[in-house]
Structure formats: C-alpha cells, structure tokens
Design a binder for this molecule. Structure first.
Ligand code: HEM
Length: 168
C-alpha cells in the first residue's frame, strides 16, 4: 500500500494552491475573510471534539478557535460546504474519523505553523504545547488505509477554500 503522506500528496498540493489559502499564507486576508475561515475551522474541530476521541488531549482546539473568533469580534458568514463536511463527519466511526483527525490536526501542526504570523489576531488556534508528543500520538495509530477518508476530507477542504473565496 502507498504510504499515507504520498497517497494524499496530489490533493494536499491542490489544497495548498487554492487562491484563498495562498492569500492567507501571504498575509493578505481581511479580518472578516479570516473570521469566515475560522468559523469553518470551528465547525470541523468542534464536531470532531464533541463526537470523537482525540489521540492526545493537547490537540483540543475548540476553546482556542472560539477565543480567536471573539478577539476578531466579527460575525462570520457560513460556508455551506462546511455544513456538508460536518454532516459527513458525524456519521463516521471513530476509526474512519481518525483519518480526518490526522488530516485536520496535522495540517495545523505543520502548514499551520507558517500561517500563525500571517493571520489577523493572535492565532491561538495554531499555538500547541508538547508538539513532539502530539505528532507521536498520531504516528502511533496512523494507517496507510486512511488514504481514502483523508482524500475525501481534502476534497471537502478544497471546496471550502473555493467557497470562502466567493463569500465576500
Ligand atoms: C499553505 C498551506 C499549506 C502548507 C504550506 C502546508 C505545508 C505542509 C508541509 C511543509 C508539510 C510537511 C511537514 C513535514 O513533513 O515535516 C505538511 C504536512 C501535512 N499537511 Fe500541509 N500544508 C498546507 C495546507 C494543508 C491543508 C489545507 C491540509 C489539510 C487540511 C494539510 C494537511 C497536511 C497533513 C495531514 C500533513 C502531514 C503529512 C504526513 O506527514 O503524514 N496541509 N504540510
């Protein structure tokens, strides 16, 4: 079986190159655009954390995202595809959800660390303690067979970036 990182490489690259993500990476998002993005992150992370067990409690993001949104003080607009992803996540078993946990939490731990200084506000969502322990807790349970679910997750993320670009 293809190693997981390789199996998601095509869609990872597509997600990375989405115009909204590129603008976020260059520090070009307005506070209201970033608030819309944070709301999509809230939808995803809060669903995962309400419904499933994380490989390490240090991953929990709900409070940090809530606090980032409060700091911006802007009412976000809703991205419909994020609702579709949430509905999809809610129907998963813990094992299938683990692939989406891998996808979304490692995204914050890796790419996210470069994003932290580029976004409006203090970026608590990207602030993790015990990073090596967090990475190790995912690597300990990671399976190459998560590729299908992880790629489905990336398809949702790509659609979310597409919708975010057209919201404002
Ligand atoms: C500007 C956007 C992004 C950049 C610059 C970026 C960059 C990176 C880099 C450099 C790594 C490799 C880290 C390493 O191996 O040491 C990585 C890994 C990863 N990224 Fe991204 N990324 C971005 C967006 C995303 C998005 C949107 C997702 C999914 C929601 C994502 C999910 C992942 C995952 C799951 C890994 C871990 C792969 C593995 O080692 O198994 N990334 N990213």
């Amino acid at each position: 079986m293809i190693p997981l990182k390789e199996a998601i490489a095509v869609r990872h690259s597509k997600a990375e190159k989405m115009p909204f993500n590129q603008r976020m990476f260059k520090g070009e998002l307005s506070a209201s655009e970033y608030a819309n993005y944070l709301k999509t992150q809230w939808d995803i992370f809060n669903t995962i954390e309400s419904q499933f067990t994380l490989p390490h409690p240090g991953f929990e993001r709900s409070q940090a995202i809530k606090s980032d949104l409060e700091e911006l003080g802007i009412e976000p607009k809703q991205v419909m595809v994020a609702d579709t992803y949430v509905a999809f996540l809610k129907r998963l078993s813990q094992e299938d959800a683990n692939a989406h946990i891998y996808l979304n939490y490692l995204a914050l731990l890796f790419g996210g660390q470069m994003m932290k200084t580029k976004v409006p506000g203090s970026g608590k969502m990207y602030a993790f303690e015990q990073v090596p322990e967090l990475v190790a807790s995912v690597r300990a349970i990671q399976k190459d067979s998560w590729a299908g679910q992880a790629n489905l997750g990336l398809d949702f993320i790509i659609d979310i970036f597409r919708d975010l670009e057209t919201l404002n």
